[in-house]
Design a protein around this ligand. Structure first.
Ligand SMILES: *Cc1c(COP(=O)(O)O)cnc(C)c1O
Length: 364
């Protein structure tokens, strides 16, 4: 028997969530965001699982895109931040990638390049995220430069990213949307605006394309969940087992620094999963863990290879008991809140030493 920790990846759940993203925006096409190894789920496996339904994929780097091409993925692949160096342009051309253009140096490099076929280009508007993109007053002239270069750039879209689409207070979101609407009308531009929270909560963002990411993996990105977000299914279930059990007297401490002390005679279970696997070391005492399907509290600091839970209320737990760290039966969003983080960091943080086991999608 080898170490029991495993990340089960349910590709049927991925397809369910993708379909849900499409149902939310029935007049848009959904580009499935597969960056960062499909948020830790395995980009090639996820792309294959969606290959017959998703018209395009998105990643953050040419390396990620070429890996998908090498695996036989034929859909258009969007580079969400475009290229980082003009030397990528021949590869972009050869692999038929789509690009975002967010800066003047990229625009100049693209217009100086002679592609075999014009490159589908999404011009990025900074509508208020203040990270990438052209300010509204600069956007129009850049759009016109691209329009005037049909040998270099084709299929122009306006792209922007929302800073607060997940939040209950819609004020900032509405200002970003008003900025988009003004330019969209003036330029008659097709648009791609919506990340997961906007896909779920803001129909006015749907446009020609949506760009759902985290919702595809079953995390609910909304501060105030809605019916659609509640219907998401977890794709990754991080499973392990109890590998040791010990009885403690009142007052005895567990783990590094003795952070947790037994408030009563207690039974402690040791689980094979630690921060060396990507489990967040910031997880506080009380972070929920499922043992034999029952919720038990984390007790003591997370170590590199192990963590400890209080099994006092689950007398049937034993060495070999099944453990779920997050996934089926235990929402990754809830675990993330206990770690003072978001599901995105937990998913993308599952380290390579954790074997991924894929459950194939039903053909529904
Ligand atoms: C990552 C990313 C997305 C997907 O965001 P989610 O919140 O995971 O849905 C969409 N657009 C861009 C530009 C991104 O970088």
């Amino acid at each position: 028997m080898s170490r029991p920790l495993i990340a089960d990846i349910d590709l049927g759940a991925l397809r369910h969530n993708y379909r849900l993203a499409c149902d939310q925006a029935p007049h848009s096409r959904a580009i499935a965001v597969l960056k960062a190894g499909a948020y830790g789920h395995g980009a090639v496996e996820c792309a294959n699982a969606l290959a017959d339904v998703a018209p395009a994929f998105a990643v953050a780097s040419i390396e990620e895109a070429v890996a998908l091409r090498d695996a036989g993925i034929e859909q258009p692949i969007m580079l969400l931040e475009g290229f980082f160096d003009a030397e990528e342009l021949p590869l972009i051309d050869a692999h038929r990638l789509w690009i975002a253009v967010h800066s003047d140096w990229q625009l100049d490099a693209l217009l100086a390049f002679q592609p075999r076929t014009p490159i589908p280009t999404w011009l990025k508007l900074d509508s208020g995220m203040h990270r990438l993109g052209f300010a509204p007053e600069a956007f129009v002239s850049r759009w016109q430069r691209l329009k005037a270069a049909p040998d270099q750039a084709t299929d122009l879209h306006l792209m922007t990213h929302f800073a607060t689409a997940d939040a209950l207070d819609p004020g900032y979101f509405r200002r970003q949307m008003a900025c988009v609407e003004a330019l969209r009308e003036r330029l008659e531009a097709p648009v791609c605006l919506a990340n997961s929270p906007a896909t779920l909560a803001w129909p006015q963002t749907h446009g020609e394309w949506t760009r759902p990411g985290v919702m595809l993996y079953g995390s609910d990105p909304l501060e105030g969940a809605n019916d659609a977000s509640r219907a998401l299914k977890p794709v990754m279930t991080l499973r392990s087992e109890v590998i040791a059990v010990r009885e403690l007297e009142t007052g005895e401490a567990v783990g590094y620094g003795g952070r947790w002390r037994a408030p009563r005679p207690s039974r402690i279970g040791v689980v094979a999963c630690g921060y060396g696997d990507g489990y967040d070391r910031h997880a506080g005492d009380g972070t929920p863990v499922l043992v034999e399907g029952r919720r038990v509290p984390l007790a003591g600091k997370v170590s590199m290879d192990m963590l400890t839970v209080d099994l006092t209320e689950v007398p049937e737990a034993h060495i070999g008991s099944q453990v779920v760290l997050w996934g089926e039966g235990l929402s990754i969003d809830e675990v993330a809140r206990h770690c003072d983080t978001i599901s995105y960091t937990l998913m993308t943080g599952v380290l390579p030493r954790v074997p991924r086991r894929y459950r194939v999608a039903d053909t529904v």
